[in-house]
Each structure stands twice: as structure tokens, then as C-alpha cells.
Write a protein that binds this ligand. Structure first.
Ligand code: ASP
Ligand code: MG
Length: 421
């Protein structure tokens, strides 16, 4: 059994979906679970219609209409007019309209109930299309398989329950004659009470890994728009080097620092079972790609660069003239944990604590509300966080190129710099 993951960019158009179908059809010699993300930039759009977020109902409706036209435009080109999938997609957009027009409750809960539609819609469309061209498959609602707690927007996975449910729901399907292919959603999951949760942005890789672990997959493959794991993001670098082999632990570190090629939580579950992770190009599906596995070092050994844009640096000072370490850190981390905010870099002095996080307007507002009673809060937006592994000074100078450095940390193999753009 294998697990494949197709991200938003690999299913963002009629041609992309046809290409995906062609890749899938060439790997049906053994059972295959295909995990699919929301199409294109759908999740970004859905984040704008979470209850309480849109500026007006007009804006909300207009965004839904835009998403509906995008999906149905593609569906109509892929499916015959009388295919029941089209009807089903209409129903899903009606439900999305209802969900997004609810009275706001908590941001994280509302987020998951709304944003999860992206994956339900994409898999409905794709499963319907594959069936219509004779690639018969079973659509599974992964919310009945991957179990999390109620930590909305970043559900904590209950691996034991998930493993049992995966065996029950998925393995049992493979026993049905002629069913070799399962299409299911990345990113979303369900609680014991049956409410929807999500696993964090870009979490579909993690979904595929959870399923690989739960089903003892032979291997897992992420299909990407890049040839493999590169030493830098081609969006920022003209010349990149493909890393052919990456040790499990190195991949965890890189993803943690923000290497966008895989979600940070992806590697641990498969490492635990020694399942290899292939990263391959959906543009050139027969090319080698990269393998994350039980290796000793990266190959070839070369500097690695990770850029994170849209960073926010927050510096806080206690108003009561106490030192930052006196109980204050505990208060600050409790607030960060409560709001589910991940810190990308932090530093403290006697009087102030600075930390860098991904910018999010709503979370910044909530954070300030919580902290401004006890602390003086200042912040800078629009920053870039650069991480370099296997660095030297010449490389740092070249990358920073005279830009203002607001924060820097160096360890033996890794340096991180927070710079103004
Ligand atoms: N659709 C979700 C996102 O864009 C999950 C994923 O793509 O992995 O964050
Ligand atoms: Mg995505």
C-alpha cells in the first residue's frame, strides 16, 4: 500500500487535475490512498469568510461566488453534464454559505468549520472526475478516520484511535473486490464528538504521514511543483541544488525552520516506522526526486536556505519594572499557547522579550488585548526570517546584502536572521 499527497498547486486547474489522474493511473498495481488539499488558493479565500472576519455580508457572498465559479468552472470541463458530482458541489457551496453566515463563536472553532470545505469540495470533484473516466475509486471522509482533540486550528492527533479507525474504514475498503484507490482529504480531521478540526496550514502532508503510519504504508510520496527537496526555494533563488537524500532528523529540523516543501509535523510518524518519504515532481513524474529516509547526512552536502516572509517581531517589556524572567515568561507563553501561536525565533534581555511569529492580523489583535495590561508592546511587521544551515560568513553577507538585521542567532550549523525587507 502506498500513500500519495497532492497539494493545492497540483490540482488547481483542468490540466493539473488531468495530470494528477494520469500519475494516479500509473500506480494502481497496488492499493493506493490519495490525500488531496484544497484546490489552488482556496484555503486563503476561505480564511476571509470565517464568521466575524468579512467586512460585510456582501463581501462574504461575493467571495463564495468567486470560489464556486472557480470550482464549477473546472468541474464542468471535467465532468459530463448529468454527473451527480455537479449537484453535490452545488450542495456543498450551499452548506458553505450557511456555515460562514453563522454568528461568530471562537475564531479557531469557526476557522475549522469554514476552511475545511476546501478539501471536501476538492476531493468530491476529483473523486467524481476519476470515476467518470474509469479510474474507479472510493471517496472517504477523513474526519471519521483522523481523530484529534478539540484544539481547533491545530488539532492534536490521537494516533491510537486514528490507527484503529484507519484499519476499520480504509483497509476494509481495500478488501472489496476491484477497489484499489481511495481519495480523501488532507488537512482536516474530526473530534470524538464529530466536529471538524484542522491540522494547521499546509497540514495535508501531515495527514498523508498520519495515514502512512496508521496503515503501515510501504512508502509515502508528496507530488510537488519542484523537482524535489531543493537547498533553497526557487521563488527566492535562481540556482538551486536538489538534495537527493535527507536524513529523517534533518528533514524535521528543516521543516521546523520553515522549509515550505513539507509540513513540520510530517516526518516524525513515518520516521517512527521507517517509512520513506519521496518528494517528486508532478511536472516530471518519472524523474528521481528526493528521498527522506534513514540516511546519515544530506547528499550532496551544501548550504541550505530557508526564507519566511511576512514575519512579525513583537517586543514586550513589563510595565511594573520587573525583570522579564520573573514570572513574565510564563504569562507570555500561556497567552501564546492559548492563542495557538507558534514562535519562530525568540530572544530575551533583562528587560524585554522579543519573539517572531507569522503575521496574522486577528491574532496580533488578540495578542495585544491579552498582553497590553501588563506589558508595553511594540512590534514591526513585514520582516523576513532567513535560516541558513551549513553557513559561513561569506554566505551570510551575500544573503543579507546590507539589509537591516533586527535579530540574529547563531548555533554550530544553523544561523537565523530576522531582516527588514
Ligand atoms: N489547504 C490547506 C492549506 O492550504 C492544507 C494544505 O494545503 O496542505 O493550508
Ligand atoms: Mg496548500
Amino acid at each position: 500500500m502506498q500513500v500519495f499527497k497532492f497539494g493545492g498547486a497540483s490540482v488547481n486547474s483542468v490540466d493539473a487535475i488531468k495530470n494528477m489522474a494520469s500519475i494516479v493511473s500509473q500506480h494502481l498495481d497496488q492499493p493506493l490512498v490519495v490525500v488531496v488539499s484544497a484546490m489552488g488558493k482556496t484555503t486563503n479565500l476561505l480564511e476571509k469568510i470565517i464568521p466575524g472576519v468579512p467586512k460585510s455580508d456582501e463581501e462574504r457572498k461575493q467571495l463564495i461566488e468567486q470560489s464556486k465559479e472557480y470550482h464549477l468552472g473546472i468541474a464542468r470541463q471535467l465532468l459530463p453534464n448529468d454527473d451527480p458530482t455537479l449537484e453535490r458541489l452545488h450542495e456543498l457551496f450551499d452548506q458553505l454559505n450557511k456555515t460562514s453566515s453563522q454568528k461568530p463563536t471562537t475564531y479557531n472553532f469557526d476557522y475549522d468549520q469554514t476552511v475545511s470545505f476546501g478539501e471536501i469540495i476538492s476531493t468530491t470533484l476529483i473523486s467524481g472526475y476519476l470515476n467518470s473516466i474509469g479510474i474507479s475509486n472510493i471517496w472517504i471522509d477523513i474526519r471519521n478516520v483522523i481523530r484529534t482533540n478539540e484544539n481547533y486550528r491545530e488539532g492534536i492527533v490521537d494516533f491510537e484511535t486514528t490507527r484503529h479507525q484507519a484499519q476499520d474504514v480504509i483497509n476494509s475498503k481495500f478488501k472489496i473486490k476491484n477497489s484499489k484507490l481511495i481519495i480523501t482529504q488532507g488537512f482536516i480531521a474530526g473530534t470524538a464528538a464529530g466536529t471538524t478540526t484542522t491540522l494547521g496550514r499546509e497540514g495535508s502532508d501531515y495527514s498523508a504521514s498520519i495515514l502512512s503510519y496508521s496503515l503501515d504504508a510501504e512508502s509515502m510520496t508528496i507530488w510537488k511543483d519542484v523537482p524535489g527537496f531543493l537547498n533553497a526555494d526557487p521563488k527566492f533563488f535562481h540556482e538551486t541544488i536538489k538534495i537527493n537524500k535527507i536524513p529523517f532528523n534533518e528533514a524535521i529540523e528543516l521543516a521546523y525552520y520553515g522549509a515550505s516543501v513539507i509540513h513540520p509535523k510530517t516526518v516524525k510518524p513515518i520516521q517512527n516506522k521507517g517509512i520513506r518519504l519521496n518528494i517528486k515532481s508532478f511536472i516530471d513524474p518519472t524523474a528521481e526526486g528526493s528521498i527522506i529516509g534513514p540516511f546519515d547526512s544530506i547528499e550532496p552536502l551544501t548550504p541550505l536556505y530557508i526564507f519566511k516572509n511576512n514575519q512579525l517581531l513583537i517586543s514586550i517589556q513589563p510595565k511594573d519594572f520587573s525583570f522579564i524572567a520573573e514570572d513574565n515568561l510564563q504569562t507570555i507563553f500561556a497567552v501564546l499557547a492559548e492563542l495557538n501561536i507558534r514562535v519562530n525565533l525568540m530572544q530575551n534581555s533583562a528587560l524585554s522579550f522579543s519573539f517572531c511569529i507569522d503575521y496574522n492580523e486577528i491574532l496580533l489583535k488578540r495578542l495585544r488585548e491579552r498582553l497590553e495590561n501588563d506589558f508595553r508592546v511594540v512590534y514591526n511587521t513585514g520582516l523576513q526570517l532567513i535560516t541558513i544551515r551549513y553557513y559561513n560568513q561569506a554566505i551570510i553577507d551575500q544573503i543579507v546584502a546590507g539589509r537591516n538585521i533586527l535579530l540574529q542567532q547563531r548555533a554550530r550549523t544553523t544561523t537565523q536572521l530576522l531582516v527588514e525587507n
